[in-house]
Ligand binder design. Structure first.
Ligand SMILES: Cc1cc2nc3c(=O)[nH]c(=O)nc-3n(C[C@H](O)[C@H](O)[C@H](O)COP(=O)(O)OP(=O)(O)OC[C@H]3O[C@@H](n4cnc5c(N)ncnc54)[C@H](O)[C@@H]3O)c2cc1C
Length: 397
């Protein structure tokens, strides 16, 4: 039976959407960004308002938030495809479009939220009036949160009383509420619950954590913070299900698509520059040493795209996607590092100057092998599947 060539191309509406996002980033964000400080993490308010109105008009506000909550309702695969485009500018790895696509709260907040929680927190955040963070990692560790979470929540009348600290929490400096995972059953490794915590609650303080990227995360401190019981997300002692099954694994797919997108942008710059820059009387592109670097980057990028898409397809089909998401995450973050490194090398001194986005990508790419599940932990996840004899058995087995 002949195979339709359509099987290997994206559907036309998705290709059009991808092109729309590419045009938006290249025509609106990139020129604006050239005027900003190389470390900028925001665009001026008037531009933010103008551009977010434009994105809403394009139907791309909060791409994966369900339509009934005010988002575009895209599935994971469509999100992966457009995310690759959304990030292709200097600040894009962490701040796609400088937030002009919206800053939705974590999906678990509407999947598990009560109608009151959705009205009070989720909807205003989707509308852009509020901002949220999610806080899992603690000074005691982030790779193995089931063991490392030491922040406690103790029931006291109608409240829970939180004590402890979280570290490296992205967006917490800008946010006004967030999801905080705390231990509610000290006897059980998975006795964790998830709470909505607001800035302004007495005993809740924070400070920036200076890191390699300009978008600093924060350390949070909870000292007898009283959180009303109605702010519990999901059920008591069921926070692990929210965490492991929904929040972390699903988030690795757009995270990987972002790694891919920045790698694509760096490779495009390197291929372009190699054709223009002449040394020893000929363009760099004619030198085998340069060609091989760029060929390796191209092959890795293309392999990476299939891993990201496979993880997204599996998620959308309702199958267990966790091994594929781990593969996409570890491979994309490592490919990103190598591709950006080669692009810096091809650009010589300009590669490490702040006139080009490469040096910021080079620094920010380093975080990608640690955040959202470090490479070693992702490899542990994949190994667990490989040796379980189940769906993670080696291909062809
Ligand atoms: C910029 C930034 C932003 C972040 N944003 C957030 C956020 O918004 N919310 C949040 O909750 N967390 C956030 N994190 C935290 C991040 O998820 C953790 O840093 C990560 O999970 C690793 O935890 P850790 O730093 O405590 O390292 P550890 O858990 O102490 O691990 C240290 C190293 O040992 C490796 N390792 C661990 N176990 C093993 C093993 N069994 N075998 C081999 N190697 C192993 C790890 O891979 C890692 O390289 C952020 C981190 C950074 C740097």
């Amino acid at each position: 039976m002949p195979v339709s060539p359509d099987a290997y191309v994206l559907p036309e509406p998705l290709r059009m959407l991808k092109q729309t996002v590419r045009d938006y980033i290249q025509n609106e964000i990139v020129p604006l960004e050239r005027e900003l400080d190389p470390e900028a993490i925001a665009i001026p308010k008037e531009h933010y308002e103008r551009l977010s109105r434009k994105v809403k008009g394009m139907g791309l506000w909060c791409p994966t938030v369900p339509q009934h909550l005010g988002g575009a309702g895209l599935n994971c695969f469509w999100e992966a495809v457009i995310h690759e485009e959304m990030v292709q500018h200097r600040a894009g790895l962490y701040l796609p479009g400088y937030g002009t696509f919206g800053y939705p709260p974590p999906p678990v907040s509407w999947e598990y939220g009560t109608p009151e929680q959705i009205e009070q927190f989720v909807k205003p955040t989707i509308e852009g009036q509020r901002h949220a963070f999610f806080a899992i990692t603690e000074p005691s560790g982030g790779s193995d949160p089931a063991r490392a979470i030491r922040t406690t929540a103790r029931r006291d009348g109608d409240d829970w009383v939180l004590n402890g600290s979280k570290i490296f929490i992205s967006g917490a400096l800008q946010a006004d509420w967030g999801l905080v995972f705390a231990r509610t059953d000290p006897q059980s490794r998975r006795g964790i619950s998830c709470f909505i915590v607001e800035k302004g609650m007495p005993g809740f303080t924070w400070q920036p954590v200076p890191v390699i990227r300009p978008y600093y995360p924060a350390q949070l401190f909870f000292e007898d913070v009283r959180v009303p019981h109605r702010y519990l997300l999901g059920e008591v002692n069921k926070g692990w299900d929210i965490l492991a099954n929904r929040l972390l694994a699903r988030g690795r797919i757009p995270y990987s698509a972002a790694n891919l997108g920045v790698a694509v942008a760096a490779q495009r710059m390197a291929v372009d520059y190699a054709q223009k820059r002449e040394t020893f009387g000929a363009p760099l592109a004619t030198r085998q040493a340069i060609q091989w670097m760029l060929v390796d980057s191209e092959m890795e990028i293309r392999a990476c795209r299939w891993l990201v898409w496979e993880a997204a397809w599996k998620y959308d089909s309702g199958e267990d996607f966790r091994m594929e998401a781990a593969m996409a995450k570890v491979f994309s973050s490592e490919v990103l590092m190598r591709v950006v490194d080669r692009a810096v090398q091809v650009h010589g001194g300009y590669g490490v100057s702040k006139w080009l986005p490469l040096e910021r990508w080079y620094r920010e790419a380093r975080v990608r092998r640690i955040g959202e599940g470090p490479s070693e932990v992702m490899r542990m996840v994949i190994a667990r599947y490989l040796f379980s004899g189940g769906q993670g058995a080696p291909v062809g087995a």
